[in-house]
Design a protein around this ligand. Structure first.
Ligand SMILES: *[C@@H]1O[C@H](CO)[C@@H](O)[C@H](O)[C@H]1NC(C)=O
Ligand SMILES: *[C@@H]1O[C@H](CO)[C@@H](O)[C@H](O)[C@H]1NC(C)=O
Length: 512
């Protein structure tokens, strides 16, 4: 009897992200053909990061924001980078769409040893738009998968046992479904009712790197139907004539249909540099200030924004327990000999009375008073903040700061950077952070993992607004926190909504 082995491909130097994929002469999954563009528009290439390393998988788009794959491909995942719309893993392709996310759900009874219930789903932050090259596939219902039917497997897995690399071009191969009884001749009782096996004429089939990829069959009207998820093969290798194993789509269709919109692990909020940003030009963010906070425990760095001649808006974390605040304004460089640079100190600050760092990051907003009114120049200007326009999901917002640029580099940047993100749906953000996320906060996401990091806290998030005077830029939120998974994760970044505290800002600046 052959032992079942998982088809998961571990990424060593062999499987890296799109741009750096090594050259490969191979042309197929075992015994297959290269797919023409748009033939499998639901096919997804999935790069999975876990604490143990990186893996490559396939998957299928089953809704504008869901990819169906194997549980092996999502189990213990920290982050996914998913490619849609291109049959090539590395050649430039204008139809390619890259999505990053860390959201997934895995079948609750999945067993990594036996590969039972090897099914999982990856969720995007926002639905994608279908194109000729990006389309969903419908899932088969009960009764649509039986012995003897022809199916098609597609994937980027190895094309032979000797060639341990992925293929650059998507391959497909035609297979025939066999009964579980017949499959048990090879694999014994390891074959369970939630699984289905397929064979080729000779040794065709899936190989390492194909895990999670779909097998499909034509429906009644010839429309493609997803019938299985590549899950296992024989320990004897990919080139044997032994059947290959799949998770049956029909058995799990009800489980998928009944999934809540989002079922996710709660992540702990961590206090939150600009990741994936660009260097700002002089005077582009004239309201931006750098704040050095001295406390009895040490010195901390934050951002902030000038809102008028005497007041700086920042996060409560940035002033709490401060013995003195040193504020630098008028320059994009933290260090240098810029004429515009002004450095002032203050120990007059006010944080929202409900802010309590022992309880979390709620009400993370503060004001710093400057005794000597500022002189405005091209490089020192206030930002408007009293904006109550709706921060609808998808609205484009810009953050700026000197924070870290990657998780590995914990130093501040000398040059001010900025990044564009979009406002994230509050309900979906709650799925990440649970009740830690309050109505007075908003979340943002980038197309990949752009966002704020340590050292950006206190800086304001701005957006374009429109009134009868025309276009203007307005501050809408204050950088406050990020996920425990680090700045480079695609988890949403958190901000304090300014509109929730308008009367506190008005009163504090009026009465002090
Ligand atoms: C603040 O801290 C820095 C670094 O520890 C120190 O050089 C500076 O003198 C401190 N300022 C005050 C007013 O304590
Ligand atoms: C601001 O002051 C007004 C009175 O001038 C008061 O009614 C209101 O509650 C205050 N708001 C806050 C948040 O302190």
């Amino acid at each position: 009897m052959s032992k079942i082995v998982a088809v998961l491909l571990i990424c060593t130097s062999l499987c890296v992200f799109v741009n750096t994929f090594p050259q490969n002469q191979g042309t197929r999954i075992i015994g297959g053909e290269v797919a023409p563009a748009g033939q499998f528009p639901w096919q997804a290439a999935i790069y999975v990061t876990t604490a143990d390393g990186q893996y490559f998988c396939g998957g299928a788009l089953v809704a504008p924001d869901w990819v169906l794959t194997a549980a092996q491909c999502v189990y213990n995942a920290i982050q996914f980078t998913i490619q849609l719309g291109s049959n090539s893993l590395k050649t430039s392709d204008e139809n390619r769409l890259i999505v990053s996310t860390s959201l997934y759900t895995v079948h609750p009874d999945y067993n990594p040893q036996t590969l039972e219930h090897d099914i999982g789903l990856i969720k995007f932050h926002m639905p994608i738009t279908y194109t000729d090259y990006v389309q969903k596939i419908n899932m088969a219902n009960m009764g649509q998968i039986f012995d003897g039917i022809g199916v098609t497997a597609s994937g980027w897995g190895q094309t032979s046992d000797d060639n341990a690399e992925l293929t650059d071009e998507l391959n497909f191969v035609n297979l025939v479904i066999i009964s579980n009884t017949e499959c048990q001749i090879t694999y014994g009782s390891q074959v369970k009712s939630g699984m289905v096996c397929a064979v080729g004429n000779y040794n065709e089939g899936i190989c390492l790197g194909d895990t999670g990829s779909p097998i499909i069959k034509p429906g009644i009207k010839g429309e493609p139907l997803h019938v299985g998820i590549a899950s296992f093969m024989s320990l004897n290798g990919c080139e044997t004539a032994e059947p290959t194993g799949y998770t049956r789509t029909d058995v799990y269709h009800p489980w998928i249909s009944n999934l809540p919109r989002v079922t996710l692990d709660k992540k702990t909020i961590k206090n939150a540099r600009i990741i994936g940003g660009q260097v700002a030009s002089p005077g582009q963010f004239p309201w931006q200030v750098a704040i050095y906070k001295n406390t009895t425990d040490g010195r901390f760095f934050c951002g902030g924004a000038i809102i008028n001649e005497q007041w700086i808006l920042t996060a409560a974390q940035c002033v709490y327990a401060a013995t003195q605040l040193t504020i630098q304004l008028g320059s994009n460089q933290l260090q240098g000999s810029d004429d515009g640079r002004v450095t002032i100190t203050s120990s007059t600050y006010f944080y929202e009375p409900r802010f309590d760092p022992t309880l979390g990051v709620a009400h993370d907003i503060a004001l710093i008073k400057i005794e000597e009114p500022l002189t405005f120049t091209d490089y020192v200007q206030p930002i408007g903040w009293a904006y109550i326009g709706r921060l609808y999901p998808g609205k484009v917002v810009t953050a700026s700061g000197w924070g870290q640029v990657s998780d590995a580099d914990s130093t501040l940047e000398n040059d001010l950077s900025y990044v564009e993100m979009t406002v994230f749906d509050q309900i979906e953000c709650q799925a990440y952070y649970g009740s830690q996320l309050e109505d007075t906060m908003i979340c943002t996401v980038g197309t990949t993992n752009q966002g704020t990091c340590y050292g950006d806290i206190g800086g304001v998030l701005v957006t374009k607004a429109l009134d009868w005077l025309g276009d203007f830029t307005v501050a809408v939120a204050i950088s406050s926190w990020m996920s425990q998974n680090g700045c480079e994760s695609s988890d949403p970044k958190g901000f304090t909504r300014i509109d929730a505290y308008i009367s506190w800002i008005v009163n504090t600046t009026r009465d002090n």
